[in-house]
Design a protein around this ligand. Structure first.
Ligand code: PEP
Length: 264
């Protein structure tokens, strides 16, 4: 049995359009999760709505994640937010290196690494995303891409720091496309990530790190993915925008957790 608590996070990206809709979505997720802590759950609204969502999920076990941050503490960085600002808005987590930032905004492993160090220094739990493009998978380069992203993005972390980092394996070809990786494809990549962490840090740290899968996770495919031994949760985009869809994924995770407990 895995001793890692499954972690489901909803990345709302640039949705919904209004604060009122965002608060309604958060309240519905809060109501659905109730006091259950068998699975960790977080929502990642747009930065402008963070404070409102923090109030909406007050006194619930839900975590609050930002979708990005700058590594500097302050200064002339137009349009950016620092770790301290995110903490002040109520954030517990921050998503770093999402593929839409790596491939849409040219974010590099070196920048992700700077952000990661700043997030950890501030006490935020980072969710570091990595994953290959379709062309890279088809060229047989998935493992070398993951290896490069892991060594670049996680450079300079102590094993203790690494133990507090969440990773999200998100094959870029599966994000927002409806093309989900098969449980076998995802498990293979997760096992590779864990083997790499064992070499880069230590086997004990590798066994501790929560590695989410992301890429078109829905309520009806979540169980198969979450049942894999090295898949410790999901980073969910599209299906996190409707409370019932997101709660369906959380329920799938709770069912896997209950099943594991029954076997233990
Ligand atoms: C994501 O945004 O991280 C994601 C996985 O999106 P989707 O679930 O829509 O594929």
């Amino acid at each position: 049995m895995s001793h890692r608590t499954l972690f489901i996070a909803g990345n709302w990206k640039m949705n919904p359009a209004s604060r009122a809709s965002a608060v309604a979505l958060a309240e519905a997720v809060k109501a659905g999760v109730g006091a259950d802590t068998s699975v960790h759950v977080a929502v990642a609204p747009p930065a402008l709505f963070l404070e409102a969502i923090d109030k909406a999920i007050d006194s619930s076990p839900l975590g609050l994640a930002a979708q990005n941050m700058h590594w500097k503490a302050d200064g002339a960085y137009t349009g950016e937010h620092s770790a301290a600002m995110l903490l002040d808005a109520g954030c517990t987590h921050v998503i770093l290196g999402h593929s839409e930032r790596r491939h849409g905004m040219g974010e590099t492993d070196a920048q992700v690494n700077l952000k990661l160090h700043a997030a950890l220094a501030a006490g935020l739990i980072p969710i570091v995303c990595l994953g290959e493009l379709l062309a890279e998978r088809e060229a047989g380069q998935t493992e070398s891409v993951l290896q490069t992203q892991l060594s670049g993005s996680l450079a300079g972390l102590t094993p203790e720091q690494m133990g507090g980092v969440v990773l999200a394996y998100e094959p870029v070809w599966a994000i927002g496309t409806g093309k989900v990786a098969s449980p076998e494809q995802a498990q293979d990549a997760h096992a590779f990530i864990r083997r790499t962490l064992a070499t880069q840090f230590s086997p004990a740290i590798a066994a501790r790190v929560v590695v989410q899968y992301g890429g078109s996770v829905k309520a009806d495919n979540a169980h198969g993915l979450l049942s894999c031994p090295d898949i410790d949760g999901a980073l969910v985009g599209g299906a996190s925008l409707k409370a019932d869809d997101f709660l369906g994924i959380i329920q799938a995770a709770q069912a896997v957790t209950t099943h594991e407990k029954a076997r233990a």
